[in-house]
Ligand binder design. Sequence first.
Ligand code: FES
Length: 181
Amino acid sequence: MSWTTKPSATQKIPTRTEPYLTAAMKDRYERELIPRYATRHGALMPILHDIQHEHRHIPYQAMLEIAAFLKITPAEVLDTATFYEEYSVHERGTCVIGICQSIACEVCDHKKLVDHVRGKLGIEPHETTDDGKFTLLTLECLGSCDTAPVALFNETLHEKLTVEKLDQLIEEAKHSSGEHH
Ligand code: FES
């Protein structure tokens, strides 16, 4: 990883007129989500989950809206949105391939799988293909060590994965218009 400089002071934050947190969503969160937590801040992660799921990333405007709604600072929302692998501030592909890189999968040659995606799709971990179809992630233990190596294709876990099976899943995803495989 290398340091890159960003023109943060002059950078324009993309905005849209339609809010990311609609009145209906806020209403539902007030009724169903907020009461489950001791503080409004507690509802941050499930709300981020919804936004990530719907928009494949957490747009800056959404962070501001969430901060206002939960009465916390935008920096607190940004901290959480950038800390957890589940969220991304950059738009991810419609198919997110998350290969487990923790010890059991590492021993079972997860690297071969990562290298296959690299070679086939021309992306490094945390990159997205130019057509917006695929994002490659390397993830920590997915809790399925006894069936290593494993990978998630969006939210579906694939166990005892081989290069051949991975290749087949990528081909299927290429030809599918849906978001889940
Ligand atoms: S190490 Fe990969 S699932 Fe646990």
